[in-house]
Write a protein that binds this ligand. Structure first.
Ligand SMILES: [Zn+2]
Length: 254
């Protein structure tokens, strides 16, 4: 089942559920700066692509529309920011899950391409466990397994983790070159902050990205390449599939 649910009719959805499609994949994006070279909707394009690819490799899945706004307050000070409070996003997820459970969804798989959504996802998962105990909930997004999958591909190409970056660096830029090259301004791509996450995390948490990078880039976007972006996406899907087989986990690019 790979057709986006928004393109289906209600009888088609009902028939699919009756035939066993009781897993709903919900992609979560964000609307926030991604350097001077990537569009604000980068995480939404990535979330949609990951959800679509995941639906091709797991059985009986429907794909919900991508939520295009997430929790992005760490990007204060950059033009274009739109964001939700953690509780608001958690509420949207819980509300959608409640309706979906009414027409037959038994397993909600949230694919978040933005690390800032993590707190909201934790709140949502707790609320769903309490309110809808029969609904299985899996959160995919960020986490060690995913970061390891991406960094293994980078290392094989000689790209250091500091260049891959956590935000708008080689990693996300390569993925966007694979997905939507028409939206990537490679002539504006630059190297941003390449400091280790441990070194910058206290400032990131306290003062936001702007305090460590004037361009908004963590990593080196100039190293990006579309073929590696395709392999990153493949590695992420494989990591997602493994997590779905083994149980919950959650890191990676944001
Ligand atoms: Zn991102």
């Amino acid at each position: 089942m790979t057709r986006p649910m928004a393109e289906m009719t209600w009888p088609e959805v009902a028939d699919a559920v009756a035939a066993g499609a009781t897993t709903l994949i919900l992609p979560l994006g964000a609307n926030e700066q991604h350097g001077p070279h990537l569009p604000l909707g980068t995480d939404s394009y990535r979330a949609e692509a990951l959800a679509d690819r995941l639906a091709r490799v797991i059985p009986n899945a429907l794909v919900a529309p991508t939520l295009p706004i997430g929790c992005s307050d760490e990007h204060h000070g950059f033009a274009g920011l739109l964001g939700l409070e953690h509780d608001t996003l958690a509420g949207v997820i819980v509300d959608c899950a409640r309706r979906a459970a009414e027409w037959g969804v038994r397993h909600l798989v949230v694919v978040s391409a933005h690390g800032g959504n993590a707190d909201a996802l934790e709140i949502a998962a707790l609320r769903l466990a309490h309110d809808l105990p029969n609904l299985r909930v899996t959160v995919l997004g960020g986490g060690t397994a995913l970061a390891d999958a991406v960094l293994a591909v980078a290392a094989a190409d000689g790209i250091p983790a500091a260049a891959v970056g956590l935000h708008a660096g080689e990693g996300e830029t390569s993925e966007m070159l694979a997905l939507r090259p028409d939206l990537v301004r490679m002539n504006r791509a630059t190297a941003g902050c390449r400091d280790g996450l441990k070194d910058i995390m206290p400032r990131l948490r306290r003062d936001g990205l702007r305090s460590v990078t004037s361009t908004g880039i963590l990593g080196d976007a100039t190293e990006a390449c579309p073929d590696r972006g395709r392999r990153y996406l493949e590695a992420e899907i494989k990591a997602y599939r493994d997590i779905l087989r083994k149980g919950p986990a959650s890191g990676g690019l944001s």
